[in-house]
Design a binder for this molecule. Structure first.
Ligand SMILES: C[S@@+](CC[C@H](N)C(=O)[O-])C[C@H]1O[C@@H](n2cnc3c(N)ncnc32)[C@H](O)[C@@H]1O
Length: 281
């Protein structure tokens, strides 16, 4: 792959998804784009790059962008964030929203659905407490292909063995050959929509809890900052933001502060009653 072709594709990826690729990732670009070249009946990567340069087709650009996303996810990823959700965030929201009886949760780069379905199972386990409440889980991703998988909720044996407690597998999934489908009542708790984090976020409405995990790592500092500012503007004043284990707001934005003693959860500037942000001391 020549440098010009690499730079061209990198520019497109950066514009369309925020993904920043280091120069030493040319092998990754080529291996992920070969199936796209085949699908579009190009002889090789060079021909794909030539078409992108001379007469770019929206469908081709979309396929290139989607092929470069990393969709790895698993149920109850890192465990702790989901324990915190069950034990701290949900009780806080149930007390704070006792009047409205409504909570909106956003899984902002949901991939194949394990993150929003983990939340839906937690809510289902607490069904008795949530009677009369309207709890929305909006799950979005850039990739329409991965969203189709998420909606279907069908997982391999390997995927259900990664992080999902066996009693939840038995309770909420149905075996279908060597695959497992999450049951309809849980699927129905999640509303999947395509959404690019680089777009204006106001059409999504306001959220009480946002999971934006393991996607900012692919962006440069400026893009991380813009995405986090956008999320902050969509959050309730006492809302909670979750980031992935390798992600932080430090040095990126001042709109969020770590909730003291709760690694990985951030509050929007103001301290919450009973839950202090680190800056508030
Ligand atoms: C590694 S997965 C993270 C899944 C899940 N949040 C988790 O932590 O397990 C990253 C996801 O981000 C999505 N993504 C990448 N760029 C995006 C963008 N600009 N807007 C929305 N989603 C994006 C990818 O399609 C991919 O499904």
């Amino acid at each position: 792959m020549n440098v010009n072709d690499f730079d061209l594709i990198c520019r497109i990826l950066k514009e369309r998804s925020g993904l920043t690729l280091a120069k030493d990732k040319a092998y990754l670009l080529e291996s992920r784009l070969l199936p796209v070249a085949r699908k579009w009946k190009f002889a090789n990567f060079e021909e794909l790059a030539r078409v992108v340069r001379t007469k770019p087709d929206e469908g081709l650009l979309r396929d290139i962008t989607e092929a470069m996303t990393t969709n790895e996810s698993f149920f109850f990823r890192d465990i702790k964030p989901f324990d915190q959700f069950r034990e701290i965030v949900l009780p806080h929201m149930l007390a704070a929203r006792a009047q409205q009886k409504s909570i909106r949760i956003w899984s902002a780069a949901c991939s194949s659905g394990q993150e929003p379905y983990s939340l839906a199972m937690i809510l289902s386990e607490q069904a008795a407490k949530l009677q009369g409440w309207r709890i929305e889980i909006i799950a979005t991703d850039l990739s329409t292909e991965i969203l189709a998988r998420a909606r279907e909720g069908m997982y391999s044996q390997f995927e259900v063995q990664r992080g999902l407690p066996i009693q939840l597998l038995v309770k909420y999934f149905t075996q279908n050959g060597d695959r497992w489908q999450i049951n309809k009542p849980i699927r129905d708790k999640v509303s999947f929509r395509p959404f690019n984090l680089l777009q204006p976020m106001s059409p999504l409405g306001r959220f009480d809890v946002v999971f934006c995990r393991n996607v900012l790592i692919y962006f440069d500092q400026a893009t991380k900052g813009k995405v986090l500012e956008g999320i902050a503007s969509q959050m309730a004043d006492d809302g909670f933001l979750y980031l992935g284990g390798a992600e932080t707001v430090l040095g990126v934005t001042e709109r969020f502060q770590l909730i003291q003693g709760q690694r990985g959860i951030y509050g929007v500037q103001t301290a919450k009653p009973g839950l202090k942000t680190a800056a508030a001391g």
